[in-house]
Design a protein. Structure first.
Length: 144
């Protein structure tokens, strides 16, 4: 067998390069996240409908939406198993505000939520509902 006279640093460097390739390659092979389905909703307080994966879903709130005032978010999505809601603003971190909606006796998913305050005074929000891994995004504006 021939003596290759490899530098001592080469085998560990190859092992590190192989590990890096596996880790980074795995990140690039993951499917890209699916963009939320935008739901046009003129008045969230009055309820809205959307089509999600070929099924009609209904969503809304139990009344006016005001910051720091609890209100209920509801979703009728037959066959859904898990539903979560969060509130964001474009280009602004609104902190952690994730809510899990639970089905009532009629199968309507509900959660009592509180809209966070935006210190800049902005009022343009996005309610994102994650329904079994598929996201619905509802844009709305609050009163002052």
């Amino acid at each position: 067998m021939a003596n290759l006279n490899l530098p001592r640093w080469l085998p560990p460097a190859l092992v590190i390069a192989l590990i890096a390739a596996v880790v980074l390659g795995g990140r690039f092979l993951q499917p890209a996240p699916v963009a939320p389905l935008e739901v046009a909703c003129a008045a969230l307080e009055e309820g809205c409908t959307a089509s999600l994966d070929g099924h009609t879903v209904e969503l809304g709130t139990d009344g006016p939406i005001r910051v720091l005032t609890p209100f209920e978010v509801w979703l009728k999505a037959p066959g859904a198993r898990t539903v979560q809601a969060s509130f964001t603003m474009e280009g602004m971190d609104m902190g952690f505000n994730l809510y899990t909606l639970r089905p009532d006796a009629a199968g309507v998913f509900r959660a009592r939520v509180t809209l966070p305050v935006c210190v800049t005074g902005r009022r343009d929000w996005v309610l994102t509902l994650d329904v079994d891994g598929r996201a619905l995004a509802v844009r709305f504006v609050t009163d002052l």
